[in-house]
Ligand binder design. Sequence first.
Ligand code: GLN
Ligand code: ZN
Length: 755
Amino acid sequence: MTIAHNLGFPRIGAQRELKQAVEAYWKGNISEAELLSAGKNLRARHWQLQRDAGIALIPVGDFAWYDQMLNMTALLGATPARFGFNGALSLAQYFQLARGNARQHAMEMTKWFDTNYHYLVPEFLNTTEFTLGSEWLFDEVAEAQETGINAKPVLIGPLTYLYLGKEKNAGLRRLNLLPDLLVVYRQILARLKAQGVEWLQIDEPILALDLPQEWVEAVQPVYAALCDGAPKILLATYFDSVANHADMLKSLPVAGLHIDIVRAPQQADVFARNYPADKILSAGIVDGRNIWRNNLAASLQVLNGLRETLGDQLWIAPSCSLLHVPVDLEQEIKLDKTIKSWMAFATQKLGEVVTLAVGLQHGKESIAPQLAKSHTAGQSRVYSPLIFNREVRQRVSSLKSPDDRRASPFAKRIAAQQEKLKLPSFPTTTIGSFPQTAEIRQTRAAYKQGKLSDADYQAAMQAEIRHAVQVQESLGLDVLVHGEAERNDMVEYFGEQLQGFCFTEFGWVQSYGSRCVKPPVIYGDVSRPKPMTAEWSRYAQSLTGKPMKGMLTGPITILQWSFVRNDIARADTALQIALAIRDEVQDLERAGITIIQIDEAALREGLPIKRADWSYYLEWSVRAFRVATSGVADTTQIHTHMCYSEFNDILPAIAAMDADVITIETSRSDMELLDAFRAFKYPNDIGPGVYDIHSPRVPSKEEMLRLMRKASAVIPRERLWINPDCGLKTRGWAEVEAALKNMVSVAHELRSARA
Ligand code: GLN
Ligand code: ZN
């Protein structure tokens, strides 16, 4: 029998039921019992749905109230000691780990590999001990078994758990915690076995990273220790190739391996060759990371090849957990029918996995209707006028090298800009957005629902702009912004105005905790029918004699925060978006805007999993940025903004973007990252953030002055700007005004001090 199984299902629910229940519980609107029952209902529904689809082994333990890594921390009894929690965690305590409490800040959160999902980072001390903690996993397994589900519990593997955690004591090596950790893993596995579990999935996605040798060497002993006396273990890898470890992985005493053959198709053959006769090979062939329909005929061909050598040892699955795609396409009744026919969400993907398993087992005649549908959808996409724009294709292919470079080098440009702008030293500015008040959001919503006329909406937004300008003028900021009141989201706002994008109604994916995002879908060639921001900027500039900064989102960030088409290279879509932004930049320039900021918040997170792939990515992404920004006069000043603080390994690429000014997040890292900018001799202007916008706290003049003094010790003062870490849209006006007042006074102080 060819088994169809699943690695993980989105837990949030088709209507974001989990989000609603969790947030209602936080607000005190529902009781703990009500929350527990909401979770139980969702699990039951998702198990049922998978069983109905024909999934033979159903993941259990992919559910979490907040995050799967946090669930592991709870299961392993490894809650950070600073919280002072003893024994099994209560639900209230679990949420305190995720969200902080009056005494302790929350556990740190970071991105799960190259996805937009965020996990809570385990904290390790010299004194960290592991003990069997929360019982949730065992309860859920029992719950699944009661409903007659063939449960395959899912755990994050011990190596991935340790590797993704952080040492909080100097000198601690987290790999040294492994023996203690394995004791608890063995207890967990024994408990599951006693519950009658036959198969267990252990995820070790770190195997796809460039892993230090000592971690690679740990794999064999770890799995030798775990397999003994445990249920059958399916060791799951995903997000990239693990072919470099193929021999080692095949030699493990585990009962099966899962590999991602969507991201890394070449590894299928590497694994199938001389595959041990006693193991399962699970082929992840349905894309768990994107929303496109599978090409069933092509997949079947690959799988048939594998089946020739593997027979029933071959299992079929999505490439990774379906956590990263929305729940159910059937809910999308407003979506263009043709585009919809090209797509598959989690529920549909399970159908594809099952269809492929049936087709393998019983021949392609047995799935003839599904193959026909998949074929029709595929053909309609290839030949669709919806995806093809000749003019855009021609523009991309005829891009020449002058199109991706400014006319003059930075030194000449900055002199010309200074001549025109006459900014004081240590110019002050903000990153773009001002507080998005409830009124602003209501106004936008009313307009979207057609309850507000164009004229009324425009008047309301112009009033917001006037307010923002007036506040900035009275604070004495040097370079103003219009405040971005008209933008719901920095990517969606542009996607809605560009051709080639569409939007779902319920296409939510979990970002972290109860926070979900609904990424735009890029389905076709991207073009810009008309200017997107120029009118707002022109209006804002008309209100002030100070320079008004135009505000755009960059091509890589738009790409990175969308579901991207898979029928042309990402690099080509990036260039298409870059050309649309380039046109907007030029329209802003024509509208009299002399400073234009192009945010590339997501440049770093687009870095591929493997370092060997970095340089190609950086090459095309930097080129896309340069295409977007090079069409202007020397006197037009290009800014970019990035909101993170790890630049060390990508500084040459950042410099190659050749923005006249870059603003970055630095206040929380105490300006430390500026050392990298100095060591690299970063040539252009820099605005290191001095105001941590993630907190309502108003920073004092003294602390911002201290940060700027630190900055001017490493960066020439004539290169320095003063600004917050990021946009201010999540803050309130009172705190923003107080903080910016202090910030401006720092500039005055520095200007009056001698160099
Ligand atoms: N211009 C955007 C803002 O100010 C930048 C946001 C971001 O970098 N995430 O909100
Ligand atoms: Zn930012």
